[in-house]
Design a protein around this ligand. Structure first.
Ligand SMILES: [Zn+2]
Length: 263
């Protein structure tokens, strides 16, 4: 099996995308896989209509490394000429929109980010900090898009701080699914506002329970967005118990003071 076959077998592109061949470029330590679109008509990315090809533009995408060689997919991507939508770059099956990395490569970057910092992820994969940041932002946008379809009914709001640094983040979880829905900097009203603002109003109205500690900015935020919050608000047992024992303690002290002053 030669290099061209290896590339064909590994990439497994759907028709009419064809791997023409692969070349090892020794001095750059790169493998370049050339792909071509073998069809006379090009699908409009807006309506899917099979249109005339207008022209094509060469683009490159970084793909998964082969050993320590960076792999690049190179393709002249056609632009469709749709009667309704005009000239548009057609979608490629291996990458998102204008991304310069394949979807598989971006998955590897996201996996790295789960266990390493942005800087070490960039260093280990031969990327710049900005490129890693761009991949992360795209992943977040994809996640937010998926989240629009979510209709959480029981949510939990909590704050957490990074060790010793007193930098807080606000976390919203779906208590039924046990999933994190939202993470925002800080623990102010705005940190929780951004969660409600990202949901469609009908999904905010469908929330049945909001569980939280007694942090005032969260209460103000939820009150501003969730209709009928009074009946839906649930303070967690730990904070209620904490306040209760504080109140008992204060009463006990006041009683002791009063007794000592009257005796
Ligand atoms: Zn169209």
């Amino acid at each position: 099996m030669d290099m061209d076959d290896v590339a064909r077998r590994i990439l497994r592109l759907p028709d009419p995308w064809i791997v023409e061949g692969a070349t090892v470029i020794e001095d750059r330590k790169e493998v370049e896989v050339r792909v071509t679109f073998k069809a006379t008509k090009a699908p409009c990315p807006e309506c899917g209509a099979k249109c005339k090809k207008h022209d094509s533009v060469e683009r490159r995408w970084r793909h998964l490394d082969m050993w320590d060689y960076q792999t690049w997919i190179v393709c002249r991507v056609p632009r469709s000429s749709c009667e309704k939508h005009g000239v548009k770059k057609i979608d490629v099956p291996w990458a998102d929109g204008w991304a310069r990395f394949t979807a598989q490569f971006e998955c590897v970057v996201i996996d790295w980010l789960k266990v390493a910092s942005m800087t070490s992820t960039a260093r280990n994969l031969g990327l710049t900090w900005d490129q890693v940041n761009g991949i992360q932002e795209r992943a977040v946008r994809r996640g937010l898009k998926r989240r629009e379809a979510l209709t959480p009914e029981h949510i939990g709001v909590d704050e957490t701080s990074f060790q010793k640094r007193h930098e807080y983040v606000t976390i919203v979880t779906d208590l039924d699914e046990g999933k994190v829905l939202h993470v925002a900097d800080g623990r102010g009203k705005q940190s929780l506002d951004s969660f409600f603002e990202a949901l469609e109003p009908k999904h905010v109205s469908a929330i049945k329970v909001v569980a939280m500690d007694m942090h005032a900015p969260y209460i103000f935020s939820a009150a501003a967005y969730v209709p009928g919050l009074v009946d839906k608000l649930c303070f967690d047992r730990f904070h209620v118990a904490q306040l209760f024992s504080k109140a008992v303690d204060q009463t006990r002290r006041a009683e002791a003071k009063r007794r000592s002053s009257t005796s």
